[in-house]
Design a protein around this ligand. Sequence first.
Ligand code: PAF
Length: 279
Amino acid sequence: MEIIKSKEALRQKVEACKQVKKTIGLVPTMGALHEGHASLVRRSVADNDVTFVSVFVNPTQFNNKEDLEKYPRDLDRDAKLLESLGVDYVFAPSAETMYTPEEMQSTFNFDFGGLDQVMEGIYRPGHFNGVVQIVSKLFRLVEPDRGYFGEKDYQQLAIIHRMVEVMSIPVQIVDCEIVREPSGLALSSRNERLSAAEKQTAVNISHILFESRQLRESQTVGQVESWVIEQVNRIDGLRVEYFEIVDQTTLQPAVDFSHAIGCITVYCGPVRLIDNIKY
Ligand code: PAF
């Protein structure tokens, strides 16, 4: 496995693959890798001749400076895991390599077709602009046949699908299921910031989501939304930011449970966690 820092070196590797018609899988990450990322990487290694993983804590998608500073970074540890999974190339550029000073101000404009006007888009203004900015750059540089994304960040995934369509980027987006701890807690790099007690508390989030599935026969969408919010807020140490049941494609409020997904964001102490459940 090789670690690449410059765009020029990356392009050389990509062109060498293209010349001999090797298929390329790309797994974009921000590092602090866990079993959830490993599941994306395993799929890419199985599906493609060559797998590139990018490890880049993208400054333009953080609207909270403290969150950016506190984001866990450990390239050596990540590289060891990626090597053991059979990755061919890790692209770990600096912010200056990826962005001009103007681009760092995140003036990127993209027509989200309303997908950014709900949920995370409301609470993290500009976040998805930064995501589209970096992922479109990575797609242009790596020209992958397939790109792998987790369903935990469901709104991001819906936006990436729209992005490749609107920008006509010839890549197949592979949606990968949420990976959970045996307790049910969705894996996240942010879990590293939870104390043992907070982690125990956070487990309730997924349990309540699973339980809410049982209610879909007898209750309306609005009733289930209120039930989930109430159950989570009842637990000491948890505070719901939003829980919305929306259509899986348009992310607009669902009228019933067919093709619906419930997306939740909860503060567990100071740590902001997200999860979702398909109905
Ligand atoms: O999901 C993430 O880790 C990031 O948003 C991504 C897709 C790597 C872009 O920085």
